[in-house]
Design a protein around this ligand. Structure first.
Ligand code: 5RP
Length: 236
């Protein structure tokens, strides 16, 4: 599985490989979305096949559910699992408080629900995701289609009132059409450069009618496993 990996893929792979060591027989495990999380799902598939690991997964997107099925990872719905022991997911950014920006892959809503329903969340990442302050990566905000332009205007007004730097917003596109999430919603990407108070911003954004959820994960992540291109791993 690892022959001829580029340094970035090796970094993602070794982080994923270390994270699956936390999965034990009988656990209910949230399975994240994205290229790093895909390595984790493949590693779990290997453990099921080669070592007979017995656990159930809850996928955070259709993409992840499909991959899990392909590699033989058993999947149930979150309603069937109810509560999870552990979620392993990637991130777009993490800071020294282990606050995150997620949703670059468009799955932030299910990811946040699943991670919040877990006793523990482990983020797997390469070192490029580590930041001093969140916000260089555009903050994804999932919004309802209904009245989306009004919601966008309200979000922009809110950013001005909070004096957040940057303050441009864009509707995420998929070629010429708006990007549609697994839940049938749109995503606004907020280009903010630096988020001074992520906790406040998260709370205020979620007060706006039309906003379903935002990509700030505050006090949700417990551990970050950082993979490096040389194959080494650090745990924070
Ligand atoms: C998807 C996510 C991903 O975890 C995040 O975008 C990181 O992805 P990748 O591992 O491909 O860099 O939040 O919604």
């Amino acid at each position: 599985m690892t022959a001829d990996l580029s340094p970035i893929d090796r970094a993602k792979f070794v982080a994923a490989k270390r994270a699956v060591e936390y999965v034990e027989d009988g656990m209910r495990v949230g399975l994240g979305t994205g290229s790093t999380a895909a390595w984790m799902v493949k590693c779990l598939g290997e453990l099921v096949r080669d070592e007979g690991l017995k656990f159930t997964g809850v996928a955070t997107s259709k993409r992840t559910a499909e991959l899990a099925q392909q590699v033989g990872v058993p999947i149930v719905t979150l309603d069937e699992a109810r509560w999870l022991d552990l979620t392993i997911d990637g991130a777009d950014e993490y800071d020294h408080n282990l606050h995150l920006i997620k949703g670059g892959g468009g799955a932030l809503l299910q990811e946040k629900i699943v991670a919040t329903a877990s006793d523990q969340m482990i983020v797997i990442a390469d070192i490029s995701k580590q930041v001093e302050a969140l916000g260089a990566f555009p903050l994804p905000v999932e919004i309802l289609k209904f009245g989306w332009q009004t919601t966008k205007a309200l979000v922009e007004e809110t950013l001005v009132s909070l004096d957040v730097l940057g303050q441009t917003t864009s509707l995420r596109m998929n070629r010429d059409e708006p990007y549609i999430t697994d839940e049938g919603n749109y995503i606004l990407d907020l280009h903010l450069r630096r988020i001074g108070n992520p906790r406040q911003l998260s709370l205020v954004l979620n007060q706006i009618p039309g906003v379903v959820e935002n990509g700030l994960f505050i006090d949700i992540c417990d551990i970050v496993i950082i993979g490096n291109g040389d194959g080494s791993v650090e745990v924070r």
